[in-house]
Design a protein around this ligand. Structure first.
Ligand SMILES: C[S@@+](CC[C@H](N)C(=O)[O-])C[C@H]1O[C@@H](n2cnc3c(N)ncnc32)[C@H](O)[C@@H]1O
Length: 480
């Protein structure tokens, strides 16, 4: 049966996500603001979570309605037959996102939704399901745009950028979803060598290897919210999980460098955890010592912006980057994600493409530099094309991005402001259970320490699937 789904993403990655969904075979794909809606069946829902590189989470809407007040939200939610999704034994949580002049407080909306569900159970059974903020059985998502409300089941749970391979991070790690989106945007799928000369914890190299080999980012994950749903089809998910038929050979190589020894050690650990040491080489090297690679290559990198990492001479660093591109990366293309205009100015090269992208709350830009052996003007006079059709299309998308952003100003207060002003949630709704570990605080290891990607190619087919073990006992999770 076909149903509606919504994949959420970062602003600027919507078209990349729509393309991924097209490849996956989704129907009725519609690009929105930081989301793409589409239709498909249960398999599409599982595949979306397992395969999409640029989705942050996948929602399954269960009710669309219009409401002009919190009471109307309450009534509409109470009218849903919640026994389809919950019982007194299941725990649930509600997340809400509100863009509305009427509903200014997303948390208040979330409380109303919770109240409606709890009251329905209490009236019908005299008992009620419990609220649990961390790791609930059912995660609900309420989205309000002015008066249009959509209540969805969150099928992902923990954000999909948490792939599961990251053992440790450097000071300013790039979000995995953003890293994958940037690589897909450049059009690179493994056709040449790949270099990140300032790789930090190795996010670009690892995401690049997954793309080059067409490996699903879900293979490292420990679980998805849909696995706790009443209609979970374990057999179908196992099939998807164990199907590596779409994976391909990668004939080139990926290099990550950094001039910080701690970052190099972290990147090495992450690469090892992902089982990709055969495809990725991480080395200590300052970019000023980088020399022209023998093979055709692409550089994709995000140097320090001077926000969290503050190099002594930030502009000097960018000047060096520009000079190295020009002298040591001839006839190749380089893509730089950065934040400040003056940093890009210091590179001193003309970008053939500028794409606006958010990195967290920072409004960044991804710029493409095409290095030719001749001078830029000579190249132009020879009539060689610098800006491709794709570049032009993306430039137009940049203009649309800026317009949309102005319209979609989020109106609700921060959680702290709200908490200090409004009533506390009902006492029984507060999540007072002791927190289990947070994966960022206590990273898990999925692989035996000495496993290498080479082992995989030697025939140990499914060693990467150590987040869980479907072959030995149904649904048993690997934990250490
Ligand atoms: C913003 S971080 C990159 C984060 C990375 N993309 C990740 O996901 O973890 C920038 C990195 O550039 C490195 N770096 C700064 N100057 C460098 C230089 N001259 N040569 C090589 N690496 C440099 C820093 O050590 C830092 O790890």
């Amino acid at each position: 049966m076909e149903f509606e789904m919504i994949a959420k993403t970062f602003q600027g990655l919507e078209n990349v996500l729509a393309e991924e969904l097209t490849q996956l075979g989704a129907n009725n794909i519609k690009v929105g603001n930081r989301m793409v809606s589409y239709t498909g069946n249960q398999e599409m829902l599982y595949r979306s979570n397992f395969c999409l590189r640029t989705a942050i989470r996948v929602l399954k809407p269960i009710k669309h309605f219009r409401a002009k007040s919190a009471d109307e939200v309450y009534e509409a939610v109470k009218a849903i037959d919640w026994t389809q999704y919950l019982s007194n034994e299941t725990t649930f949580a509600v997340d809400s996102v509100v863009y509305s002049t009427e509903f200014r407080h997303s948390k208040f909306v979330a409380y109303k939704v919770k109240d409606a569900i709890v009251d329905q159970f209490r009236e019908q059974t005299g008992n009620r399901p419990n609220i649990r903020v961390s790791n609930p059985d059912i995660q609900l998502n309420m989205h309000i745009a002015e008066y249009d409300c959509t209540l969805s089941l969150d099928s992902s749970g923990e954000s999909l950028h948490r792939r599961g391979y990251r053992q440790e991070a450097v000071e300013a790690p790039l979000n995995e979803v953003l890293a994958a989106g940037i690589i897909l945007m450049t059009g690179w799928h493994g056709e040449t060598d790949f270099i990140d000369p300032m790789c930090g914890s190795g996010t670009f190299p690892i995401e690049a290897a997954l793309i080059a080999r067409n490996m699903s980012p879900g293979i490292f994950r420990q679980g998805y919210a849909f696995e706790k749903w009443a209609d979970f089809d374990r057999e179908l998910f196992e099939q998807i999980y164990n199907d590596d038929s779409q994976e391909r050979e990668f004939a080139h190589h990926i290099y990550g460098y950094d001039n910080n020894r701690a970052a190099v050690a972290i990147a090495e650990r992450n690469v090892k955890a992902a089982g990709l040491t055969g495809d990725i080489t991480i080395q200590f090297q300052d970019f000023k010592d980088f020399t022209q690679p023998a093979e055709k290559s692409i550089i994709i990198t995000n140097p320090p912006y001077g926000e969290r990492i503050k190099p002594e001479d930030l502009l000097g660093l960018y000047k060096m980057i520009g000079s190295q591109f020009k002298k040591q990366f001839v006839d190749n293309e380089a893509w730089v994600l950065s934040y400040r205009e003056e940093c890009f100015d210091a590179i001193g090269l003309k970008a053939s493409l500028k794409v606006p992208l958010y990195n967290g709350s920072l409004e960044c830009e991804l710029r493409k530099y095409q290095m030719f052996s001749g001078r830029y003007n000579e190249v132009r006079s020879e009539g060689r094309e610098i800006k491709s059709e794709d570049d032009r299309r993306q430039m137009a998308e940049k203009r649309r991005f800026k317009e949309r952003r102005a319209v979609m100003q989020r109106l609700d207060e921060t959680d702290e402001e709200f908490e200090s002003r409004i009533r506390r949630p009902r006492r029984e709704d507060r999540d007072e259970r002791p927190r289990k570990f947070d994966r960022d605080e206590k990273p898990r290891r999925f692989f035996g320490g000495d496993r290498q990607a080479g082992d995989y190619r030697k025939g140990e087919k499914d060693f990467r699937h150590k987040g869980r073990d479907f072959n030995k006992g149904k649904g048993r999770r690997y934990e250490d």
